[in-house]
Write a protein that binds this ligand. Structure first.
Ligand code: NAD
Length: 490
């Protein structure tokens, strides 16, 4: 094995029942550094036998984990937060190396993940007090009490763009609820999530409560979604795979939470300050090189401020530093994989064929000589029929259109197959909120961008998914509600 990552000893093993065991899979996958374009590790592509062993361990562990109660489980969740914090520097470097995100962005990810474990530690404690709550019923002499039981064994499948964050959003509420878990990281960025198994050992999490399987969709993902011992799948990733997950779960009526794609709008109204709006537009699309499901990648700008906004954006784009994610001062790293770079490049080729009007693209800058880089790109006056306007690109590409009125902006914003997020920029916060109420999306920011808080829900309308993560809704996703009802007196 060629891993340079010393703290991850066994990438050719699977973490099952609190032990690193040999994988049943025979294939091996390369893990790349998207900046150096070097292989930095190899990871086993596990198979169905690994899934079976992990699910059995989780099934065995679940009843005792549930019986521990929320307050005791909270101690472990705080343990995850403490250990992540203690290993913060090492994990930031690891995320930057495996994912290609600049250090500052990797730091934000880690803070978000830690906040999530802390939040669900509190929710786990609060859950104890909610057990057996009296329900007000109209029928006289009848008593009804409400209980919240864990769903059981859950399969958690994460993508490559925010490994520590997406895993925290699933793992923390699942453990808080009393579920046991089989976690499958993306094979593209498996390195940061390995630390979760190491922490499980460090904090002596009961064996079998967290199992972590390395591998791809074919070897681990599909067998996990089809396994009859898995009561629920929580999946974050593409629509294509999300739909396959849903089909697999449907064959045994297992429940699913799906966090899928997006094509989120950002509305810049006529009363917005173009310079300030430009900062938010930049933050909404070029963070993590645009590889964010909630990237605000459709710009709807009022015609009265359009020229000033495009000028401010061009200035800011020219000032971006592209380069080594580990170097201080890098604003934009490479795309996370050669595959994703090629996917985005195909959209840039389509834009050329369609003759889209360019504000900034590869002609305006010299790219670093190594790494899977693409130039931050901005098109204006993009026709709504263009594939670039309609489809999720998942890269540093922003498409703009001018609008003549608030009504037109709202109509175009909602004219999408997706509904994950949206941003409204206006000089009048009340107006921004009023517009926000008319948008069909799960997260709507006004005069801010990508503000994700553990207390507020995350998830989408329409094709952006099913269910919500974070907040009390994120906990409910791992709970079954039951009522005990009967006469007060014998
Ligand atoms: P992907 O769907 O290719 O992979 C996601 C995960 O699913 C990976 O772990 C992969 O190994 C696994 N997988 C692949 N085939 C599978 C199968 N048949 N059964 C089960 N699992 C399988 O997505 P990706 O390329 O890793 O991530 C990018 C996508 O994720 C984008 O579309 C993006 O919008 C979406 N995303 C959404 C959110 C959100 O919160 N809504 C967050 C991050 C990413």
């Amino acid at each position: 094995m060629t891993s340079q990552i010393e703290h991850i000893p066994l990438l050719n093993k699977q973490f099952i029942n609190s032990r690193w065991v040999a994988s049943a899979g025979s294939r091996v996958l390369d893990v790349m550094n998207p900046y150096s374009e070097e292989r930095i590790a190899q990871v086993t592509a596990g198979d169905a036998a690994d899934v079976d062993a992990a699910v059995k361990a989780a099934q065995q562990a679940q009843p005792d984990w549930q019986a521990l109660g929320g307050a005791a489980r909270a101690v472990y969740l705080d343990g995850f937060a403490d250990s992540l914090k203690a290993r913060c520097k090492e994990l930031i470097t690891l995320s930057a190396t495996n994912n290609g995100k600049p250090l500052a962005e990797a730091g934000i990810d880690l803070d978000d993940a830690i906040a999530c474990y802390r939040y669900y530690a509190k929710q786990a404690k609060a859950l104890d007090a909610r057990q057996g709550e009296l329900v007000s019923v109209e029928m006289e002499g009848i008593e009804a009490r409400c209980y919240h039981d864990p769903v059981g064994v859950v399969g958690l499948i994460t993508p490559w763009n925010f490994p520590l964050v997406t895993s925290a959003w699933k793992l923390a509420p699942a453990l808080a609820a009393g579920c046991s878990v089989v976690l499958k990281p993306s094979e593209v960025t498996p390195l940061p999530e390995q630390v979760l198994a190491e922490i499980a050992l460090e904090i002596a999490l009961p064996a079998g409560v967290l199992n972590l399987l390395n591998g791809d969709g074919e070897g681990i993902g599909a067998p996990l979604t089809h396994h009859p011992g898995v009561d629920k799948i929580s999946f974050t990733g593409s629509n294509r795979v999300g739909e396959a997950v849903m089909q697999a779960a449907a064959t045994r009526t297992a429940s699913v939470s799906l966090e899928l794609g997006g094509k989120s709008p950002i509305l810049v109204m006529d009363d917005a300050d173009p310079a300030q709006a430009a900062d938010w537009v930049m933050a909404g699309i070029y963070f993590n090189a645009g590889q964010i499901c909630s990237a605000t990648s459709r710009l709807l700008v009022h015609k009265d401020v359009a020229e000033a906004l495009y000028a401010a954006l061009a200035e800011r784009m020219d000032a971006l530093t592209l380069g080594d994610p580990l170097a201080e001062g890098t604003d934009l790293g490479p795309l996370t994989s050669a595959r994703q770079r090629d996917v985005v490049q195909r959209y840039l080729d389509i834009a050329k064929q369609e003759g889209l009007a360019v504000v900034r693209d590869a002609q305006h800058r010299t790219l670093p000589t190594q790494g899977y880089f693409l130039a931050p790109t901005l098109y204006r006056d993009v026709p709504v029929e263009s594939r670039l306007w309609q489809e999720e690109i998942f890269g540093p590409v922003l498409c703009g259109r001018s609008v003549a009125s608030e009504e037109e902006a709202i109509k175009l914003a909602n004219d999408s197959a997706y509904g994950l997020a949206a941003t409204v920029i206006s000089g009048d916060p009340e107006r921004a909120r009023r517009i926000g109420r008319q948008l069909k999306a799960g997260s709507i920011w006004y005069n801010s961008e990508q503000l994700v808080l553990p207390e507020t829900a995350w998830g989408g309308f329409k094709r952006s998914g099913i269910g919500r993560e974070l907040g009390p809704w994120g906990l409910s996703a791992y709970l079954e509600v039951k009522h005990l009802v009967g006469p007060e007196e014998v």
